[in-house]
Write a protein that binds this ligand. Sequence first.
Ligand SMILES: *[C@@H]1O[C@H](CO)[C@@H](O)[C@H](O)[C@H]1NC(C)=O
Ligand SMILES: *[C@@H]1O[C@H](CO)[C@@H](O)[C@H](O)[C@H]1NC(C)=O
Length: 294
Amino acid sequence: MKTPIFALLGLPTIFRIALVVQATLHPRQGITVLSSAEITAFKPYTFFASAGYCEPNATLAWNCGSDCEANSDFEPVASGGYVGYSPSLSTVIVAHQGTDPSQIVSLLTDGDFALSPLDPDLFPGISSNILVHSGFRDSQARSAEDILSTVTTALSEYGTNNVTLVGHSLGAALSLLDAVYLPLHLDASYRMIGYGLPRVGNQEFADYLDASFPGKISHINNKQDPVPILPGMALGFHQPSGEIHIDSDNDWNSCPGQDNPEKGCTVGDVSSILVGDLNDHDGPYDGVEMDSSC
Ligand SMILES: *[C@@H]1O[C@H](CO)[C@@H](O)[C@H](O)[C@H]1NC(C)=O
Ligand SMILES: *[C@@H]1O[C@H](CO)[C@@H](O)[C@H](O)[C@H]1NC(C)=O
């Protein structure tokens, strides 16, 4: 626990005993550590997410330095973010561009946003109880229809049914919204792999994702990165399940449930933005620094 011991001293004895008993009986409840093979399986997607930062002309030519070389068989279809097909992974990849660490933090903390419903034209039939960050919503709406038509083309062109949404930071937030948007229009097998994902929506949003894509969403958080705890739960924001937290020992901990509070998971290890370290936001994720190759 990051909670300093003196913070516990102010609590009534009964709560102190309860906390100690809980910590003793349930150390790292439910957390499993990924094997090195499981970590390695994420690596191509990590490079794909990082390539989301490269210039559109570079990703369209798939000539963006080490991020592109790491997935050398990739066949780009469109760029500006980018969409294309990975023969070795048998999936269409949709990558959104992220933004730099200080910009994402101001987007999440400046208060210039609201929890807002999704546009029913873009998200037909979605519950109006599902609320998301208005800035992320507006940004996803701008690219939504282009991405839908490009993904539709790519699926038929390459004869696959698999779509993998990747992104880092802001790019991960937009990918999470695409994970709600695309299946409402296009029947496919979806997976989402995000890095440094901020909180995007409310409890109903997180529950909708958990119910719609059980086990298909992974969001990987590096060490003391504070972005995944922003905006705060007190403001009504919640993460879906699927957290993988890289801890200080470089273990990749699979943290079950939403906003898992155990030590070894982001909420447990990064108790506030003050103990966060924004330098951890860009990585490294198994050796890959986001946005470093282009
Ligand atoms: C992309 O365009 C920029 C200028 O806008 C240029 O410097 C760069 O070489 C181009 N990259 C590729 C791969 O064509
Ligand atoms: C979808 O991906 C899985 C592996 O995740 C693969 O076994 C399957 O063949 C793919 N399906 C298509 C139609 O490409």
